[in-house]
Design a protein around this ligand. Structure first.
Ligand code: SF4
Ligand code: SF4
Length: 402
């Protein structure tokens, strides 16, 4: 049981500084300045502005640590990064560029130099333990349905399902759909009234690890109390990034946490669907490959096995384009962020739409980004976008299994 849930800001700031210093030292002892990382950065490619290359961002992080740059200027360079990891995938040495940028952003946000709305968002999230500040009661009202009846706060189950806060805040239907699949497949699962987020969106996108850790430590506590040693996360890129990044921060802070493993909800569903041999009726779809699932927790094989007949996107794996939801651009209201996101989303719809007019995505943020682009580009009658849970429910109904 974790008893110390309040994170000391000062200690966390020092820890982030140490992690950043070590990461920069390792980076500059290996990087050979080849520029491969720059060529794949979606922000640099969209803006052509040299200050937004991965390398310039790393140099900005170094100057920030050394106190040689104005913090507002550093904030502009670092908070325009999507934390998508394309640069790291392209680097011949696998240098973790996005991790350096992330740590530098945490430093800035903890010092009050994050984008203007992030501090307010962090205040709300710290109170409600939901990244978007949604009060627990409200989130539960939204997700209360017959599908959850009998599955709330059950003890000693195989897995605790924690939906993405994007789902509980904006798309509760996605939570029922996922719950109904788990029920149908006979998975021994539970969902808790006390955990409606793992902290990824506030911890990574808004770069506020202090608040993200508070939410995550609450999750670990509840999982331990329920006697569950596995947590399955709903579909949201930032959550997966947060799990790997927060583990390092927790270790550095020396916090003793229960041994809980994390997975994607689709990994569980894929395993059970394989056993039950469902989804037999083929149709023409292209399955989107979200950057977080393929680069951070590598569950891409699992969700691909759910629709084995799906067409492959032309750009996938290390080459897939990030929606910009991760990295916090979608939380910003300024025209730079809005225009950049729309240009990336339109490109993604074009890439996937050239393979099939039916696009299925396992990531809820990507779903929202695709829908926005399709609406803005007036493509609703030509391109259909579905979340993976909605698609599975539809297919199970077609096959009379539902
Ligand atoms: S993480 Fe993505 S957006 Fe950020 S520098 Fe790397 S490639 Fe560019
Ligand atoms: S790809 Fe790797 S080695 Fe090349 S410039 Fe980028 S970080 Fe340095």
């Amino acid at each position: 049981m974790i008893t110390r849930i309040e994170i000391q800001r000062e200690k966390l700031r020092n820890t982030i500084d140490i992690m950043l210093r070590n990461a920069l030292r390792a980076f500059f002892s290996v990087c050979m300045n080849c520029g491969f990382c720059n060529n794949v950065c979606p922000v640099y490619r969209a803006t052509k502005n040299p200050k937004y290359t991965p390398l310039r961002r790393v140099i900005t992080a170094k100057k920030l640590l050394e106190g040689q740059i104005d913090k507002e200027a550093a904030s502009d360079v670092l908070f325009s990064c999507l934390l998508c990891g394309a640069c790291s995938s392209a680097c011949p040495f696998g240098l973790d560029i996005y991790r350096i940028i992330y740590l530098a952003r945490c430093k800035l946000a903890l010092e009050g130099y994050g984008p203007s709305n992030f501090a307010k968002m962090a205040e709300g999230a710290a109170k409600t333990l939901h990244s978007f500040g949604v009060p627990v009661e409200q989130a539960l009202r939204e997700i209360r349905s017959d599908e959850l009846e009998g599955f709330i706060d059950r003890k000693d189950c195989d897995v605790l399902y924690v939906p993405s806060p994007v789902e509980t805040a904006f798309m509760p239907r996605h939570v029922y759909e996922t719950a109904s699949i788990l029920k149908l497949l006979g998975i021994n699962w539970t969902i808790s009234r006390r955990v409606i987020d793992c902290g990824g969106n506030i911890g990574v996108d808004a770069s506020r690890p202090d608040v993200g850790l508070k939410i995550l430590l609450n999750l670990l506590n509840v999982a331990e109390e329920l006697g569950v040693d596995k947590v399955a996360l709903g579909a949201c890129g930032a959550d997966y990034k947060w799990i790997s990044l927060s583990r390092e921060i927790i270790d550095e802070l020396g916090i003793d946490t229960p041994r809980i493993t994390f997975t994607s909800i689709y990994e569980l569903i894929a395993k059970r669907l394989k056993t039950n041999k469902l989804l037999k009726k083929k149709d023409e779809v292209v399955l989107h490959d979200p950057c977080s699932m393929t680069r951070y927790i590598r569950v891409d094989r699992s969700y691909k096995s759910i629709i084995p007949y799906a067409k492959k996107p032309r750009f996938s794996g290390a080459c897939t384009l990030c929606c910009g939801g991760g990295g916090g651009l979608s939380l910003r209201k300024d025209s730079f962020a809005r225009n950049l996101l729309l240009s990336i989303a339109s490109k993604r719809v074009e890439q996937l739409g050239s393979v099939s007019s039916n696009i299925v995505t396992p990531c809820i943020k990507c779903y929202i980004s695709f829908r926005t682009a399709v609406l803005r580009k007036r493509l609703v009658s030509k391109i259909r976008i579905e979340g993976l849970s909605s698609y599975i429910v539809k297919k199970l109904k077609e096959e009379d299994t539902y």
